[in-house]
Design a binder for this molecule. Structure first.
Ligand SMILES: C[C@@H](O)[C@H](N)C(=O)O
Ligand SMILES: C[C@@H](O)[C@H](N)C(=O)O
Lengths: 164, 164
């Protein structure tokens, strides 16, 4: 399968919340996101890695305009499930390489990480699939991240139409 | 924007590796995935959450057939970057709800997490975007996860064509 890079997208309209130390058993993720949905808070990227010692962290992004509301709800839920804390980062940017067949071309993800590293851009979060490689970086690094990715991958000029 | 659920996909052909406690500065992700690419190991899902205390974990999935090779490489790299450990789970299943517009419909992700919780299926990893909600569960829970998601979402019968 050919790897196709169709575009590079970016988004600086969101903020990130991280619930630290949530218990890792059934029902926890539902308990966190059902109230968010009820409050009509648009949740975009959700990232949860594997637990250690029975707890893990859950991060998610929301429009900056709804950050305060999301933080209030998250704090209540964190308390009720005895999570350790709620961290907030309102200065993030999401940068995504969009394409197809990238699972069969591991060099693509490696190259994304390499160009960002060579530009001294730290990668705060990673979420990938065969059609999308998304990295959360500092908001201040977003434009430069987009620039170096364009220089490396030279995708067709469709990035304006592609959501991050 | 209308939320559209186009299918439910699942994949039990992969294994998961987690490098625990990698340093969180530029170059680390590249150092891990460049050798994987050089060794032609197809990396599918990469998940990294936000760091605490300057370190974080990076998880990724590979075809089970390449697990041993991936583990060998990962262990060497983990040592060189003084990561804490390499964990492996060869009994995972990936289940994905595929669609569009899900960022604007937070109830969809919440419902995915709820149906899995009600089926007593623990969610080990989460990675979402506006077009895909992916959960890693125990391999033994995969069929049941697909079943309860089908019951809840009743997507068009396209799940056989949709990659997880
Ligand atoms: C941490 C959270 O994902 C939990 N494992 C659940 O299934 O809800
Ligand atoms: C942890 C890893 O992603 C690191 N922050 C990097 O940029 O490579």
């Amino acid at each position: 399968e050919q790897a196709v890079i169709s575009g590079i997208a970016h988004d600086t309209s969101e903020a990130k919340l991280t619930i630290r130390g949530v218990p890792d058993f059934p029902g926890i993720a539902a308990q966190l996101f059902e109230p968010m949905a009820t409050a009509d808070i648009n949740v975009d990227m959700i990232v949860q890695n594997t637990s250690t010692d029975g707890t893990t962290d859950i991060s998610f992004t929301v429009p900056k305009s709804t950050l305060d509301q999301a933080r209030t709800i998250a704090s209540e839920i964190a308390n009720s499930m005895r999570a350790r804390s709620v961290d907030v980062d309102s200065s993030i940017g999401k940068v995504s390489l969009v394409g197809a067949g990238m699972k069969s071309h591991p060099g693509v993800a490696a190259a994304v990480f390499r160009v960002l590293a060579d530009a001294s851009i730290n990668i705060g979060m990673i979420s990938t699939s065969t059609i999308r490689i998304s990295c959360v970086v500092a908001e201040a690094d977003t434009d430069r991240a987009v620039q170096v990715l364009h220089e490396r991958f030279e995708p067709p000029n469709v990035s304006e139409e592609v959501g991050a």
